[in-house]
Unconditional design. Sequence first.
Length: 519
Amino acid sequence: MKKAISILLILCLMISLAGTALAEDTLVYESSFAAGNDDWFARGAQNVKNTPEATLLTEGRTADWNSPGRYFELVAGNEYKVSVEILQNDTDSANFLISMERSDSAGTGWDRLVPGKVKKGEWTTLSGTFTPAEFDSYLLYVETDGSPEISYEIRNFRLESPNVIPEAKATEAPAVIEEVAAEDLPSLKDAYAGKFDFGAAIPQQAFMGNLKLLELVKSQFNILTPENELKPDSVLDVNESRKLAQEDETAVAVHFNAAKALLQFAQQNGIKVHGHVLIWHSQTPEAFFHEGYDTKKPLVSREVMLARMENYIREVLTQTEEMYPGVIVSWDVVNEAIDDQSNRVRKSSRWTQVIGEDFVSYAFEYARKYAAEGVLLYYNDYNTAYTGKLNGIIKLITPLIEAGTIDGYGFQMHHTTGQPSNELIITAVEKIAALGIKLRVSELDIGITKYTETSLKAQADKYRVMMELMLRFADQTEAVQVWGITDNMSWRSQSYPLLFDKFMNPKPAFYAVLEAAGE
C-alpha cells in the first residue's frame, strides 16, 4: 500500500532488547492475548490469532502493511510512551515499525512512530514516545519494513502516559440501525438486473443452520463466492497426492469437502458461483512444491511443477463442472501476482521460485484449455488504484489478452471512506476498461472507524460512488460482489464494512447501492 507518511510528532525513539523496563507512568493499555485477540485485528488478508503462549501471531502476509492493529482512544496533545515485544523466525534480521493510522473528515494518513530491527529467534522490544495531533480516530499497528511475507508474534504491547490525561472530548453517539425483515427489503439483485449480477462472498459458517441468513442471501444476491473453500489449501488433498506421487511425481488429488455446502446451495437455488481461486502464493500448501509432497524434501523441478499446475487446474475445473454443471460461471485463475513494492511479478512467491515469472501465462493457458465453454477467466488483484501497481497489472495482463487466455480483471476494493481517493479509483477502472476486457468488482467492502451516523453516511456515499462508476461500464461488467454479508462475519469486522449490520438489518450503504441503480 502506498502511504503518505507525514512527519508529525516523534519526540524520542528507543530500541532495546526484551527485558528493558519503561519508567513508571500511568498505564493506558496493556495487551492480553491469553484468551483471545484483545480487539486486535488483521489489517489485510493475513491471519491474526492468539497462541497458547499468550502471544499474537500474524501469518499469511503479502505486504508490509498486512499487520495486527487496534483502535485506541487517544487525547490530542498528550505525550504517550508505546512499546511492544516482537519475535520472528523467518529471516536473519527484519525491520519493524510501530505505526499509527489517523483519520478525520479530510481523509486518512499514516505515521511511522518507532522503527527497529528484530533478529531471528530473539524477542526484541521496540519503544518510543509520540504526541498525536487532533484526529477523529487512531489505529496503532505493528508492521514490517521490507519483509512483506514473514510471520511474526507480538506480546506485551503497552501504552503509557506521563501526563495527566485531560477530559476527552464528547463523541458522536453510536448509530442505531432500524430493524427490517428480509422479506420487506427491496432486492439488490433485482435492482441491477439487466445491468450486471450483484453478489457476495459467503463463508462456510453461513451454512450451519442460520436459515434467516440464507433467506437474506437468496433474496439479495444472484452470484456467490466462497471466502476460502475453493482456495488451494481447502482443495488440494496433500495426503492422497503424496500416495499418488510414489508412482507419478506430477499427479494431483483434490476434494471439495469444504465447498460442498455452498455449491449445493447455489445449485438448488439457481444462484451462480464465482470460483476463487486456482493459483495463489498464499493459502497454498507448501507441500505442493516439494518432491513427494513432503516439505522435508527438495523443491520439484520447473517441469514437474508445471505438470502439477496443469493437473491441478484440470482436476478442479473438470470435477466441479461434472458435479455441479453450469454452477461455476467464472474463476479467478491467478490472484495477487504483482508485488506492491516492485510492481512486478512477486519474487517471493513459490510459483515464481519454482517455475518462474511465466507461471501466470501457463496458468491461464491451462485454465483456458480445461474450462467449460462460457466460463470466464479472471486475473484478480488489490491496490489497483495506485499508479505503480496499476501499471504492473496492465503489463502483466496485456500479453494474456493478446493470447486470448484471459477474459477479464477483478478489482479487489477493500477500501475506507478516505482511501484510496475516488479519483484514483475512477482512473484505475477507466484504464483497465480501456483494455477492452470484462470487469468485475470481486471483493468490495468499505471500512469506517466509528459506528456513528456521520461515518455511516460517508460509507454510504463511497458505496454509491463505486456503484455509479461500475454502471458507467455496465456493458463490460459481469458482477459486483461485496466481500461478506453482515459486519460481524466480515474479515474486517472491526471496521463495519458491509451493507448489513450484525443483526442482518440494512445500513445506509444498502440504500445507497439501491439508489445508484435508480431504485
